[in-house]
Design a protein around this ligand. Structure first.
Ligand SMILES: [Zn+2]
Length: 447
């Protein structure tokens, strides 16, 4: 039976670090189990079920001194965590970095499962592992920003709840899946919690990099960093075959076309619509025959991203609206009705704001995927012009990329690749997508 780290594709070094940390965390629990039960008395023991009994037994078995200190885990040099004691290898704040699709949140969730695992290993079979991976563990909170940023209100509420005693007797784990989208105020609220961590709370942050644009220097200085790499296409293809039962030739093509993005590779292999959208994007280069065609191509790309985004959020938007209407309809009469109406209008406004923000994010993500595909095409053209001995990203448009290479030379291919990358950067820097894409299409046409 594969354990919780099995889906971390091509990340052997990170897995070694995380296994060691989970091991240390389990040792810490064993070390602190004895004093916790004795000091807290029978009430706490009853509340936490049999887990303390088990930990007690383990502590006796290993003859561990209850010397982990009041905080249990600490990253301070010279503290118990660094002294080779039961806490070595574990700390209360982590940052998982890596390119999109490398599995940052998969790694964070696997680590969370290992922390909640009854055996302390991430066995993949016990209730702690299962519920964490399924997203239903009471002591694991996953923050997925739906809009463009994570606000301070959301973060404060989260930090407050994270400070409570873990109901399962192990750890309170908070996973923040896009820590680079924290607002400054939210970052400060988080920093405060990381600086004075509750004894059993672990923060797992995911971000593209530890660049100050992504994670503030002060937060970074308090965290241990786990750097994931872009998984090789071969490893991605393997997992598609093994886990998703996809035919090897399709898996190989999808893994290369997705450029190391595991989730994207799976979608391409399974979803005909995703393949059609990619085909449409890769048809752009040969359609750029003039100024008018360049503007047409820009419109088509923007509209395709909007349609894809609208489809992806429609279902959840509708469900949220229905849920809110039901909740509001439940209390509409009586003396409190006027106040309730005012509250209702506010809630509706909040919901609309949230949904709009989520739609914008979905559009940007869809557009970015298209731009990454397009960049792959010009990268293939550049590789072909340079006769570089590397496999093409898009094997199905390799002939077209070669034709482009003959026409443009390496310089022209490089300029076009740069135009695509500049467009991505501009949109990330909040340039209006349509303007950035039109400028890019003109550069792709003129070269
Ligand atoms: Zn387990």
């Amino acid at each position: 039976m594969p354990d919780v780290f099995a889906d971390l594709v091509g990340q052997d070094e990170a897995v070694v670090v995380l296994r060691r940390a989970a091991d240390s965390a389990a040792a810490l629990l064993r070390a602190s189990a004895a004093p916790v039960t004795r000091v807290a008395g029978p009430a706490a023991g009853a509340a936490s079920g049999d887990s303390y009994d088990e930990l007690d037994a383990l502590a006796e078995e290993f003859d561990v001194e209850p010397a982990a200190g009041p905080t249990g885990v600490t990253a301070e040099p010279g503290g118990p965590a660094e002294a080779g004691g039961p806490g070595a290898g574990m700390t209360h704040a982590w940052i998982f970095t890596g390119p999109p699709g490398s599995g940052r949140s998969v790694a964070a969730r696997a680590f969370a499962a290992a922390l909640q695992c009854r055996h302390g290993t991430g066995c993949g079979e016990c209730p702690g592992c299962h519920t964490t991976l399924a997203g239903t563990h009471a002591d694991v909170r996953l923050v997925v920003p739906e809009g463009l940023s994570i606000g301070v209100g959301e973060m404060r509420a989260l930090v407050l709840r994270a400070a409570s005693t873990p109901s399962g007797g192990r750890w309170q784990v908070v996973i923040i899946s896009d820590a680079d989208r924290l607002t400054e105020a939210a970052g400060n609220a988080l920093l405060k919690a990381i600086e004075e961590p509750p004894p059993r709370t672990v923060f797992l942050l995911c971000a593209p990099s530890t660049h100050p644009d992504d994670v503030s220097v002060t937060i970074r200085s308090r965290c241990r960093i786990v750097a994931l790499r872009q998984p090789p296409a071969g490893a991605v293809a393997d997992v598609l075959v093994r886990r998703d039962g996809i035919a090897p030739d399709v898996a190989e093509w999808a893994a290369a076309a997705a450029q190391g993005h595991v989730g994207r590779a799976r979608r391409l292999a399974r979803d005909p619509e995703a393949r059609q959208r990619r085909d449409a994007v890769l048809a752009v280069p040969r359609r750029l025959t003039g100024v008018g065609a360049a503007f047409d191509a820009a419109s088509a790309l923007i509209e395709a991203a909007e349609a894809e985004a609208a489809a992806s959020v429609a279902e959840i938007d509708e469900a949220e609206r229905a849920a809110l209407q039901t909740a509001l309809g439940a209390g509409g009469t009586g003396r409190g009705a006027a106040g309730a109406m005012r509250g209702a209008a506010g809630q509706l406004k909040d919901l609309e704001k949230r949904q709009k923000s989520r739609a914008t994010r979905a559009q940007r993500d869809a557009l970015d995927r298209a731009l990454v595909d397009l960049a792959g095409f010009y990268r293939d053209a550049l590789a072909s012009a340079l006769r570089a001995p590397v496999a093409p990203v898009h094997s199905d448009t390799a002939a077209m990329a070669e034709a482009g290479a003959r026409k443009w030379d390496a310089d022209g291919a490089l300029r076009r690749l740069e135009a695509v990358l500049e467009c991505r950067a501009a949109i990330e820097a909040n340039v209006k997508p349509r303007i950035a894409v039109e400028a890019m299409m003109l550069s792709l046409w003129k070269g």
